[in-house]
Design a protein around this ligand. Structure first.
Ligand code: SF4
Length: 737
């Protein structure tokens, strides 16, 4: 029986703009008829998509009147979702018997030819022959690996081990680089640890004020909103900073609407106001931090009037925001949260750093019902960056250039530490080097549709075309898979066991509820088979629990220490927070109460200054473009685009434009418009809204081909995190006649 926090809370009946509904209600998506008869015990698991990892049961029912035997989804009461699911979660089971599902390996001799279905033996022979031939001609680093933030912990771990010990390549990175890398880099340098939320999500409801910087949870993870709604219900403040008046901003007590790319100036201005208005926590600064004087030297130069000129946010709003946070702090507490809106910039690390500085100056981290956190996006965005698929990391959040870390992990893997490669390039840099002189000649892709999700997608697509071998593991023929030489059909979500680590750092169980289609294999199985064929006998396992037990040993003593977490314990306790170094101690739900995991126990305040966006508007490209997600779809749309109800709800991208800007371009609501930058163009349908700034357009990134806004976005990289500048570039608008 599942114990712990599962079911420990009563679901609250809250409807937020019709987006989120609690359990036991119907949703906008048609649900199965009530007379369906369960023929399988419900399996408790978590959603296929985002980092909220809403809990649900899956039940196979007898055929409905329309003949469907899909698994039926029912939400569960869990600390993150409290009985709620969004439309994506409700319909997630439709992915399992999608007619678009790949069920046989596909191979072709040249990119000009169509795919041929082949046996697994044939397909893996092609892969192994290709790897051997390319590495013998060009060296180990000529084969690269690209992973994903949706892979289970076991798959992410096995992929990193496979790359470092079988391929012996330094060239491995993953799409989480596009998600959390700026937040991770800033948290590591300030706190000595990167766990998105250093407290359980329900703590949020207890606080008195929340500042949300660049997050739109009402669309990306709707059940999250009940935690913010609870803050407001208790008389607290929710302040949202976003260039768009999003559904989240609609529910705030205060909305600040800066020009895209100016969040860092805004953060410095907020610190300036906090200082001038007497809200700093001087004893906290003295006892728990270092570096404030240098930080203040820069923030002192960002007086409110200057910040207003740079950001467009009125001085009065800056002051009101700080008053709200200070009021909350003196009552129940205050929390500052960041998300991709401020992180996906060429200065994302510094912007998050400035907000960490603000939170430290106010004395929030480690205080009861207070703190600083980053809201993770991808399903296993947290665990995916802890166990070795990132270019500079080994399992347990160890650095690959740390001799002690190499020795520890090499011992678990049974290899010589000297044989482990060093750090490789970041995701975009890796992709941009493919097929170039001295760059990788082969790429293995797991859990990513990188053609759609990478910036300057046209260039990435060209790079893939130059490869000698592209192998893609995917349940569907994504845009990236469509360019491959070999496509391997793999299991998804409810067809596999494993663990995920949600946005709170809580390790949870993904449980198998149905058999995969005939002909489909798990990536653990595929990696094990390829390793065997390459001569690495008995060193890999296709059994997820065995892989997890090895992961525990590899992570032991690391920052992300999973040594004390077992599958049985997760089942018993309803999830276990890392770090958890021993089975005898509880997981660590709340961090920083007694200090920070830095050499001196203090948080480091790092001095950072504002700088302009890499590509500002000019007469040729006079409009800012910002991008993001929307309610119905997830990431590149490989999954949600194939769910009929979601595709019917929104089947193509839109371009949000202020009526004033639209009038200047002679654009009416509903017409098609081409958004053009120096790198490429994307087409969407005009959606006239007054909720966006007059100088900015917004486009979601869930589509490929000519609808892919990442053809347009700028790959300018953050110097620390190597995060691309997804969130702002200069474009012009052209009507599509
Ligand atoms: Fe929950 Fe995210 Fe799934 Fe929606 S997509 S049901 S918010 S986990």
């Amino acid at each position: 029986m599942i114990m712990g926090e599962w079911g420990a809370h009563q679901a609250e009946v809250i409807t937020v703009h019709g987006i989120y509904r609690p359990r036991n209600t119907t949703d906008v998506v048609e649900k199965p008829a009530a007379h369906t008869i369960a023929t399988m015990a419900p399996v408790r698991t978590h959603c296929a998509y985002c980092a909220l990892q809403c809990a649900m049961t899956l039940t196979r029912a007898a055929a409905t009147p329309n003949g469907s035997t899909s698994l039926q989804v029912s939400p569960l009461d869990f600390p993150t979702n409290r009985g709620g699911l969004c439309q994506k979660g409700w319909t997630a089971a439709d992915l399992l018997d999608s007619p678009h599902r790949l069920t046989t390996p596909l191979v072709r001799n040249s990119r000009a030819e169509p795919f041929e279905p082949v046996s697994w033996d044939t397909a893996l022979d092609v892969v192994v022959r290709g790897i051997r031939s390319i590495q013998s001609q060009h060296g180990d680093d000529a084969v690269a690996v690209f992973g994903g933030g949706g892979l289970t912990n076991e798959k992410a771990y096995q992929l990193g081990k496979f790359a470092r010990t079988v391929l012996r390549t330094k060239n491995i990175d993953y799409n989480g680089r596009y998600c959390m890398s700026s937040a991770a880099a800033a948290s590591n340098r300030a706190f000595g640890i990167d766990r998105g939320l250093p407290f359980p999500l329900p703590d949020l409801a207890q606080t008195g004020a929340v500042l949300v910087m660049g997050g739109n949870m009402a669309e990306t993870m709707p059940p999250f909103m009940q935690h913010l709604a609870a803050v407001r219900a208790r008389g607290g403040d929710v302040v949202v900073v976003d260039p768009r008046r999003t559904s989240t901003a609609e529910q705030a007590t205060l909305h600040l609407q800066p020009r895209p790319g100016t969040d860092l100036a805004l953060a410095l201005g907020l610190l300036h106001v906090a200082f001038s208005d007497g809200h700093l926590d001087r004893p906290y600064l003295a006892e728990r931090t270092r570096g404030f004087d240098e930080v203040w030297r820069i923030a002192a130069q960002w007086w409110p009037g200057r910040v207003e000129r740079e950001t467009g946010v009125p001085v009065a709003d800056l002051q009101a925001a700080i008053r709200a946070i200070a009021r909350g702090r003196s009552g129940r507490g205050a929390v500052i949260l960041t998300a991709r809106g401020v992180e996906q910039h060429s200065k994302g690390t510094d912007t998050v750093t400035a907000l960490i500085n603000l939170s430290l100056a106010l004395g929030l981290p480690g205080r009861r019902h207070s703190g600083f956190g980053c809201v993770t996006g991808q399903g296993n965005g947290q665990g995916g960056r802890e166990h070795g698929q990132k270019a500079d990391q080994l399992p347990g959040y160890r650095r690959i250039d740390d001799p002690a870390a190499r020795e520890h992990v090499a011992a678990v893997w049974g290899v010589d530490p000297a044989d482990l490669p060093g750090p490789g390039p970041s995701a975009y840099e890796l992709l941009d080097s493919l097929g170039t002189a001295g760059g990788p000649r082969a790429l293995l892709v797991h859990g990513s549709n990188l053609v759609v999700s990478s910036p300057r997608g046209g260039r990435v697509s060209e790079r893939l075309a130059n490869l000698d071998l592209l192998v893609v593991c995917d349940p569907f023929l994504s845009e990236t898979a469509a360019q491959a030489d070999v496509v391997l059909p793999v299991t998804q979500w409810a067809e596999e066991d494993g663990t995920m680590t949600n946005l709170e750092g809580r390790v949870i169980r993904r449980r198998r509820a149905t058999d995969p289609p005939e002909g489909v294999r798990s990536e653990l199985d595929v990696l094990t088979d390829v390793a065997e064929r390459l001569g690495h006998h008995g060193r890999f396992s296709a059994e997820p629990q065995m892989v997890f037990d090895e992961l525990r040993r590899a992570s032991a003593g690391g920052v992300a220490d999973y040594a004390g977490i077992t599958w049985e314990r997760i089942d018993r306790e309803g999830g276990v927070f890392w770090p958890c170094p021993s089975e005898d101690v509880p997981g660590t739900a709340r961090l920083f109460a007694d200090g920070f995991p830095t050499p001196d126990g203090r948080a480091a305040m790092v001095a950072v200054d504002h700088r302009p966006v890499v590509e500002d508007v000019d007469p040729e490209y006079p409009v800012y473009l910002t991008t993001g997600r929307n309610l119905q779809h997830y990431q590149s749309g490989t999954q949600t685009g194939r769910v009929p109800a979601l595709a019917a709800a929104l089947g193509e991208p839109y371009v949000e434009i202020h009526p004033d800007l639209a009038a200047r371009h002679d654009l009416d609501d509903g017409v098609r418009v081409r958004v053009v930058s120096r790198r490429g163009a994307a087409v969407g349908r005009v959606r006239l809204v007054t909720s966006i700034r007059w100088d900015t357009v917004f486009m979601p990134f869930h589509w490929g081909g000519e609808q892919a806004v990442n053809q347009v976005t700028n790959p300018a990289l953050d110097p620390v995190s190597r995060m691309p500048e997804f969130k702002v570039c200069a474009v012009r608008l052209e009507p599509v006649r």
